[in-house]
Design a binder for this molecule. Structure first.
Ligand SMILES: C[S@@+](CC[C@H](N)C(=O)[O-])C[C@H]1O[C@@H](n2cnc3c(N)ncnc32)[C@H](O)[C@@H]1O
Length: 241
């Protein structure tokens, strides 16, 4: 069954944008997923097609009106996860993405200006999600980011059936580093074990390298990993890159 994405936006021409290319683009063409950009402005009722107004309490910028946004949501709401992209939201993780990919699809609301009137977010029980601790000018790029991450997990999108099982975050670890030919480049040699053809040794080296890099770069992930595995595997710097 086709995974369906509906995106509520003031800039529907931004879609599919980069998602029309490569993996996601081919999957879109073969109807593994579908994309329905919806122009929020089509749900205005006044002559000037007004979508926003000044914030109560004063301050700079404009806020998207709840009545207009609600009418736009009502046109597509069918029980799919309903998400509002906002820097005030919970930071997205690969675990969230897996949940969205396993659903029949998603409905995404892209804010602009100062954001969206909070009452419609609450009235519709929307999940507020952020793609990171920085502020973009609109929710369209975050929506594209979320969709890219979800679509690549849909059955039939990635080449090898298991290519998502080893990558970063799949098991609370960052991924081990990759190398290809030439075996020596600018005096830098690929770790010998990777050339050994010894599968168990390669797997052990990769596990150790993944643990090492996660401990170095992401203490938060490392803490979650060690508490999930109920032990504190110690990555040996001698074997890790
Ligand atoms: C300029 S931002 C509004 C920022 C808001 N006034 C604040 O300080 O939290 C306009 C819109 O961009 C989107 N946006 C910006 N940064 C984002 C992020 N890190 N994650 C998700 N959406 C974001 C949201 O849809 C937001 O409503």
């Amino acid at each position: 069954m086709t995974w369906r994405a509906s995106v509520l936006t003031l800039f529907p021409d931004m879609f599919p944008g980069p998602l029309g290319q490569s993996l996601a683009g081919r999957a879109l063409q073969s109807a593994i997923w579908s994309l329905q950009p919806i122009n929020i402005r089509d749900f205005t009722t006044d002559r000037h097609r007004t979508v926003d107004d000044t914030p109560f309490g004063g301050g700079a910028g404009m806020v998207l009106r709840p009545d207009v946004v609600d009418a736009a949501i009502a046109s597509v709401d069918d029980g799919r996860p309903l998400l509002c992209l906002t820097p005030r939201g919970r930071r997205l993780t690969q675990q969230d993405i897996r949940r969205y990919a396993a659903a029949p699809g998603v409905i995404l609301l892209c804010g602009r200006y100062e954001g969206v009137d909070q009452r419609v977010i609450e009235a519709r029980g929307m999940e507020e999600v952020s793609i990171g601790d920085y502020v973009l000018s609109g929710g369209e790029l975050p929506a594209l980011v979320l969709l890219d991450a979800a679509v690549r997990l849909l059955p039939g999108v990635m080449g090898a059936a298991d290519s998502a099982t080893e990558e970063s975050f799949a098991n609370l670890l960052l991924e081990y580093p990759h190398y290809t030919r030439p075996a020596e480049w600018q005096g830098r040699r690929v770790p010998d074990v990777l050339l050994s053809g010894h599968h168990a040794a390669v797997a052990a080296w990769r596990q150790s390298a993944a643990e090492h890099i996660t401990r170095e770069r992401r203490p938060d992930l490392w803490a979650a990993y060690t508490s999930a595995t109920h032990s504190a595997p110690v990555a040996s710097p001698a074997t890790a890159p």
